[in-house]
Design a protein around this ligand. Structure first.
Ligand SMILES: N[C@@H](CCC(=O)N[C@@H](CS)C(=O)NCC(=O)O)C(=O)O
Length: 367
């Protein structure tokens, strides 16, 4: 019998992929979705759940016991097939030799291909043959624009671009939601895949592009620890930087009324995460100042920087953060300037992505 040690009930603690699947099993043991990975579907779940399905452990205290459940712990019980004394279930349709990848392919992908493009999908997107980008030069759009320009400079990567105006809510229309249900830019579609493969969420897009194009790992790393560091900083900004700075822009610049609490809260959080980047770049705790966020020594320019820079360089946009505030982050300011001078960065932020300069790329409602 296996007991899964729990310690934390926060939403973050249920992120372990296997555990998320087990939560699904627990909620609906009679109906196991066919998309469940085989490993999870083969597990047999005890009906004697002792507590909320959301009481799983964080990575730090996660542990499987092959003994009796220790007293005083809130546990999620998994039984292996040898234990027949408790109610069990299995997923009959899947066998050990059935790969989930093939199941997914059969059940889901053909539907995606039928529905990916609609009649009102703008022609440049619907007819694209290779990589296609739908963007606008916002901080998130610029991330992907820059990486594509970098890849073009090194490898001759080709793609086509459509620019939309998010001010008209083009990204909330049905044709766009088929490509990115989140209704936000940017999105890329790889039409060389069959069916075409859309990618949403900027960090996932950056990773998709380097896996597809960056054969020499110029914007990524071969060393697993350096790659791990790159992912940490890429995720740090995606999860703990962009959302705060985005809210600063919203509450200071766009909100219909000025409300002090969120303005203070998000301004302070943004300055705090700038401070985190400053710690990394200054080498405050390592004794090694660095030029880039990830990599050995002074680091190497990578998608961690590309995913972070377009937001941080726009610190002045909201009017909430002053020059005096930024004086606390000298290494961060140097990093902003260092990256700004790259030719691909200049191109990725330049006129080629400006709808008024490139009306030929502009699709959808314009206003
Ligand atoms: N987490 C998403 C965020 C994308 C995002 O928020 N994009 C903004 C532009 S910077 C957008 O499309 N806003 C329009 C809207 O919210 O409808 C990502 O990283 O791709």
């Amino acid at each position: 019998m296996w007991w899964y040690k729990t310690g934390c009930r926060s939403p973050h603690s249920v992120q372990h992929p296997l555990l998320l699947q087990l939560v699904q099993l627990q909620h609906s043991p009679a109906k196991i979705p066919s998309s469940l990975p085989l490993s999870a579907s083969q597990l047999i779940l005890s009906s004697r759940q002792s507590t909320s399905p959301f009481s799983f452990s964080t990575a730090s205290n996660r542990k499987l016991f092959h003994t009796k459940r220790p007293a005083g712990t809130r546990q999620f019980a998994l039984l292996n097939k040898r234990n027949t004394s408790l109610p069990t279930f299995t997923q009959p349709a899947l066998t050990a030799s059935t790969s989930i990848a093939s199941t997914r392919h059969l059940n889901i992908l053909p539907k995606m291909s039928v529905n990916l493009y609609a009649e009102d999908t703008p022609a440049p997107t619907r007819d694209a043959k290779g990589l296609h980008l739908i963007s606008q030069s916002t901080p998130n759009g610029v991330k992907v624009q820059i990486l594509l320009e970098e890849l073009k400079a090194i490898y001759g990567t080709e793609w086509t671009t459509s620019i939309i105006n998010i001010g008209t809510n083009e990204q909330k229309k049905d044709w766009f939601l088929r490509l990115n249900p989140n209704g936000r830019i940017p999105v890329i579609i790889d039409n060389t895949q069959s069916p075409p493969h859309p990618v949403m969420e900027t960090s996932a897009e950056l990773l998709y592009l380097i896996e597809r194009e960056d054969k020499d790992n110029i914007f990524g790393f071969t060393d697993p620890l350096e790659r791990s560091q790159m992912l940490q900083w890429l995720f740090f900004w995606h999860g703990s930087g962009a959302p705060y700075q985005g809210q600063v822009n919203h509450f200071f610049k766009f909100a219909p009324e000025q409300i002090e609490y969120p303005k203070t809260r998000f301004r302070n959080e943004t300055l705090r995460v700038f401070g985190v980047l400053e710690i990394q770049l200054s080498g405050k705790y390592t004794g090694q100042p660095r030029e880039y966020l990830a990599g050995k020594g002074v680091g190497k320019y990578s998608v961690a920087d590309i995913g972070t820079w377009p937001w941080v360089k726009g610190w002045a946009f909201s009017g909430a953060i002053t020059k005096e505030d930024m004086e606390a982050f000298p290494h961060l300011l140097q990093w902003i300037d260092r990256i700004a001078t790259r030719p691909a960065v200049e191109r990725g932020t330049g006129d080629n992505y400006n709808a008024s300069k490139r009306p030929d790329l502009y699709v959808g409602e314009k206003k």
